[in-house]
Design a protein around this ligand. Structure first.
Ligand SMILES: Nc1ncnc2c1ncn2[C@@H]1O[C@H](COP(=O)(O)OP(=O)(O)O)[C@@H](O)[C@H]1O
Ligand SMILES: [Mg+2]
Length: 349
């Protein structure tokens, strides 16, 4: 009898409020990552909307999945939709579904992702790319937790938890009128910001270990590589413009291309060893290999040029502008837009 009640209490503790968070598949030891996981643990216990920000490849989707897996909705679906990859006209029917004959080509009715995500979590990726029109419709659906299919009259109610993510600076998008403030506040109840890998370099080697371990699990033939001291230092010093996705790709490439167990600096991809001449800008092959895209790569190059000029001139903006052969006001605007500060991480050379 006593035993039974103790068991019940123990069971209750595990389900409710105990600080257990399964971080399986998430590697790293940095303070920055610990903070992210701490917030994720707390937020998993609630149904609050979460907005995850961070550059591409930093692990936004991974954290979203961890929140879902650790939430009471874990047995429900987690539905992912990339709002940036789908043309605006199609995105509406993708999200909300459509009735037969709603538009040319709608030969049959279709269930939208909101309906599919009922009792689960919907992950709205690249939310910053959503058109103004659709932002209004999304806001309404989120406020009321109900909506109509495109071309439909029946109102559909769903029970979903919303996690969204963006690599864009939504503050800037709002200032420019490209992102609705009311929608922003609706999505951003709990903000989670994931730092780029270059601002948490302690995570580089634990991630290398983690990805090598994954390769071992996938193929019994794989013998984990041993990196020389210099190779390790090179990996830690590299800026990883494509973040963890780039590191993951690199480990796979090395596993295939380097036959020796010992990995030296010259075995690392040129991109990584050439950083010195790259001036901290993403080199072209790394752009292609990590899904960064034109705009983001150009942004990063601008950022690198400006930080260098500022470092060179001791943050005297007029002189930095001269060095860049650029209008001083333009430079000041860019500094503001990029949130650069004298304490911002300075390039090492
Ligand atoms: N801390 C981490 N530990 C292990 N793998 C990670 C970590 N962060 C990211 N990854 C992996 O890196 C890749 C990119 O992560 P993803 O969540 O898709 O990034 P984002 O959505 O920010 O572009 C994925 O394969 C993901 O599993
Ligand atoms: Mg992503």
């Amino acid at each position: 009898m006593i035993e039974t009640s103790q068991t019940l209490i123990a069971g209750h503790n595990v389900d409710d409020g105990a600080p257990v968070f399964d971080r399986r598949g998430i590697a790293g030891v940095s303070r920055g990552l610990e903070k992210v996981l701490e917030t994720a643990r707390k937020v998993a216990k609630s149904d609050a909307s979460v907005l995850i920000t961070g550059e591409s490849g930093t692990g936004k989707e991974l954290i979203a999945r961890a929140i879902h897996q650790n939430s009471a909705r874990r047995n429900g679906p987690m539905v992912v939709i990339n709002c940036g990859a789908i043309p605006s006209e199609l995105l509406e029917s993708e999200l909300f579904g459509h009735e037969k004959g709603a538009f040319t080509g709608a030969h049959r009715s279709r269930t939208g992702r909101f309906e599919i995500a009922d009792q689960g979590t919907i992950f709205l990726d690249e939310i910053g790319d959503m058109s103004a029109d659709l932002q209004v419709k999304l806001l309404r659906a989120l406020q009321e937790r109900r909506f109509e299919r495109v071309g439909g009259t029946q109102t559909i109610a769903v029970d979903i938890r919303v996690i969204s993510a963006t690599n864009k600076d939504l503050d800037v998008a709002m200032e420019k009128g490209r992102f609705r403030e009311d929608l922003y506040y609706r999505l951003n109840v709990i903000p989670i910001h994931i730092l780029p890998l270059r601002e948490r370099r302690e995570d580089v080697m634990p991630l290398v270990e983690h990805f090598q371990h994954n390769l071992v699990k996938r193929s019994a033939d794989f013998v984990p590589k041993k990196f020389s001291k210099e190779a390790i230092q090179t990996l830690i010093n590299y800026d990883w413009p494509g973040n963890i996705r780039e590191l993951e790709n690199m480990i796979e490439r090395i596993a295939v291309l380097v036959e020796d167990v010992d990995v030296q600096v010259h075995d690392l991809p040129g991109c990584i060893t050439r950083t010195v001449t790259c001036h901290h800008s993403p080199c072209v092959s790394s752009v292609f290999n990590n899904g960064m895209g034109f705009t983001e790569a150009v942004d990063q190059y601008q950022r690198a040029l400006i930080t260098h000029a500022l470092a060179e001139t001791g943050w005297i903006k007029a002189r930095a502008a001269e060095l860049l052969k650029m209008n001083r006001t333009t430079l000041v605007e860019k500094i503001k837009k990029m949130h650069l500060e004298p304490e911002s991480e300075m390039p090492e050379f």
